[in-house]
Ligand binder design. Structure first.
Ligand SMILES: N[C@@H](CCC(=O)N[C@@H](CS)C(=O)NCC(=O)O)C(=O)O
Length: 213
């Protein structure tokens, strides 16, 4: 078993941080900007979903999508629970995880991927055919970040973590996205979002943060 990884990118970090929280050690293979294939011999041209992270199991099964990989490990190693225990918690975790993904994580795609020279003709991740960058989506990305910051600040005024009082994969996705955005923007979390800032500082102290950096 191994995970195709891209150290600098925010999505593979979601899985590294999740594994670190669980105390699991899965070998990583760095595939960098070439993204990853579903096997070492495959290429972006032959793999329709050539994104990092991708988990390759010993039987050759390849699982991409960070949340699918996390679900696999959560089922095999339930404790500590990072995806909720009961029906309601599971639903609330999934709701906030998806909001974090579609908020700051999509903001990175729209703001960086559509402007940076490294992604010319690679406007969408993991796709072999040339995809134009669309500079017009940068502003939309800023809006995603702004709206998520406001709504999660409100939520974090009521609870310790994104999806309630327990740390979860929703915190992992939000943290990985905001920590990555801190490299692009001076203040990814605005000063007035005091609850979000409190949460960010608290999560930053978890051992899984340096372990996954
Ligand atoms: N929906 C996927 C997104 C994965 C993704 O976009 N990964 C990026 C790195 S952050 C990637 O592999 N990009 C490959 C490329 O640039 O072609 C997930 O949640 O895992």
């Amino acid at each position: 078993m191994k995970t195709y990884d891209w150290r600098l990118a925010p999505n593979p970090r979601r899985v590294r941080m999740f594994l670190a929280e669980k105390g699991l050690d899965v070998p990583l293979e760095e595939v960098g900007t070439e993204a990853c294939g579903s096997s070492p011999s495959s290429s972006r041209a032959s793999t329709p979903y050539a994104t990092a992270p991708t988990l390759e199991l010993d039987d050759g099964t390849c699982i991409s999508e960070a949340m699918a990989i996390c679900r696999y490990f959560e089922d095999l190693h339930p404790e500590p629970r990072l995806m909720g225990r009961y029906a309601k918690d599971k639903a609330v975790v999934e709701m906030w995880e998806r909001r974090a993904y579609e908020g700051p994580m999509f903001a990175i795609t729209e703001m960086l991927r559509n402007t940076h020279a490294a992604f010319v003709q690679r406007g969408l991740p993991g796709i072999a055919e040339p995809i134009e960058q669309v500079a017009g989506v940068v502003e939309r990305g800023r809006g995603r970040l702004r709206r998520f910051s406001a709504s999660s600040d409100k939520q974090l005024g009521k609870s310790r973590f994104m999806a309630g009082d327990a740390f979860s994969v929703a915190d992992i996705t939000a943290f990985c996205a905001l920590d990555f955005l801190a490299r692009l923007l001076e203040t990814p979390v605005a000063p007035e979002h005091v609850h979000l800032r409190r949460w960010f500082g608290e999560v930053a102290k978890r051992p899984s943060v340096p372990a996954s950096a």
